[in-house]
Write a protein that binds this ligand. Sequence first.
Ligand code: G4P
Length: 531
Amino acid sequence: MLDNAPKLPPEIARRRTFAIIAHPDAGKTTLTEKFLLFGGAIQMAGQVRAKGEARRTRSDFLKMEQDRGISVSASAMSFEYKEFRFNLVDTPGHSDFSEDTYRTLTAVDAAIMVIDGAKGVESQTRKLFEVCRLRDLPILTFCNKMDRESRDTFDIIDEIQENLAIDVAPASWPIGSGKDFLGAYDLLNDRLEIMDRADRNKVAESVQIKGLDDPKLEEHIPADQLAKLREEIEMARELLPAFDRASFLNGSMTPIWFGSAINSFGVKELMDGIGTYGPEPQPQKAAERPVDAGEPKVTGFVFKVQANMDPKHRDRVAFVRLASGHFERGMKMLHVRSKKPMAVTNPVLFLAADRELADEAYAGDIIGIPNHGQLRIGDALTEGETLRFTGIPSFAPELLQSVRATDPMKAKHLEKALMQFAEEGAAKVFKPMIGSGFIVGVVGALQFEVLASRIELEYGIPVRFEGSAFSSARWISGDEAEIEKLVNVNKQHIGTDNDGDLVFLTRLQWDIDRVVRDYPGVKLTATKELM
Ligand code: G4P
């Protein structure tokens, strides 16, 4: 990436904003917890889950998360590590929540890919990796669970190289696996790291070594394992590329560390890796111009809206990635979409312990802005300039179902609930011109269940999702006279989305083809631009 770019102010340059991607069960939660532990944000391991429990009592919808063992909501956590400020943005793990995941990944500058040393690249790893690749995000790989019987190191590296088409440079080399796992040789710093099996939260003992011939190695590694290590590293140096920062930053090479998150092994080396090699907060693309993190004026964009974090207040929090500048509490920002000023008086920083009022924040940080629905996904905030940040994807709803309240008296409240979830980006909601009721569109089937569960828990409305007469939705744009004609003769196919924009609803591709043919001035699109 931009080694030749102008230097960023130090407060911004020290920021690292990243996400962890992993197939469920690879160890993302455990690794997150260790990050927070070493970042001083929690005092003992186990608090992340404990905190989850406490949150659950506040927001019951998370019961679903607990029951299914999936992470539905994404959040951001900030903590200090050495001279760096880390902003870790959590991505929901389940494939049905990929919309949210995609959007989350627009807010980060890098990703850590966690793989299980026994399983290698799994389906969800691959999917998430592809999303990162779309944005050329730099990726650091952590091969976890080396304390269990793992696959051959070369095998794992080959699999990543071949499956994901990315160069892999070993940053460390494991010494044994399973019960023979001793630790790793740090190839970037010529150090030997020895795992402490007695205390899972203790950081590994580190021994400075002068190369692989250093006799000190013999004091720590049994002869047969040492011979194997020497041989493997020699082979690795011959066969595998050496770490190259520029290739890492442009997304074509991933450094890999081998460790065991639960034993706190390899975690600090990984954290040092992100700190040392970056990236710093990157320029963000806007339709008008790229926005550099070092620009003095504050700009940012909403990449996620989460409602009912506190059900008592029915609040919504818009998660904003600051793209540039130094933000201070109370600043008057321009809400670009509505062209209205917005005083940001109570922004929240997600310090790991709890939410806290943010007095200031810098480019790269994620702040939460409580609001009553003005802020939507994709919205830009600036100090006056009209900017539209691009790259936040909108997804075509692939599954449509109609929804109704089992108690007809509650139909009105249902509309409110649906509109709110639509704003959050949790679903698309359509109101057909003919008939009553709503059609809900999602990307993954599990989203219906989550919605049903949330509508009941957060609004007290039991609902039922049912098959709908329609299976696809297309947004209508183009020549106004033609649109009017189309609407008038196709009322049974027309609806509006939650913003009041027109959509064409159908079950048959044939209908879509017919409109395209008969109304050349009308455009039907599968997604709607968010900005
Ligand atoms: P996820 O968020 O990616 O889904 O994974 P999570 O951290 O929850 O880890 C999944 C399981 O793998 C957990 O076990 C966790 O303890 C275990 N694990 C994580 N890192 C390591 C490691 O380095 N070595 C070994 N051996 N296991 C590891 P669990 O039995 O599902 O949960 P728990 O009862 O331990 O909490």
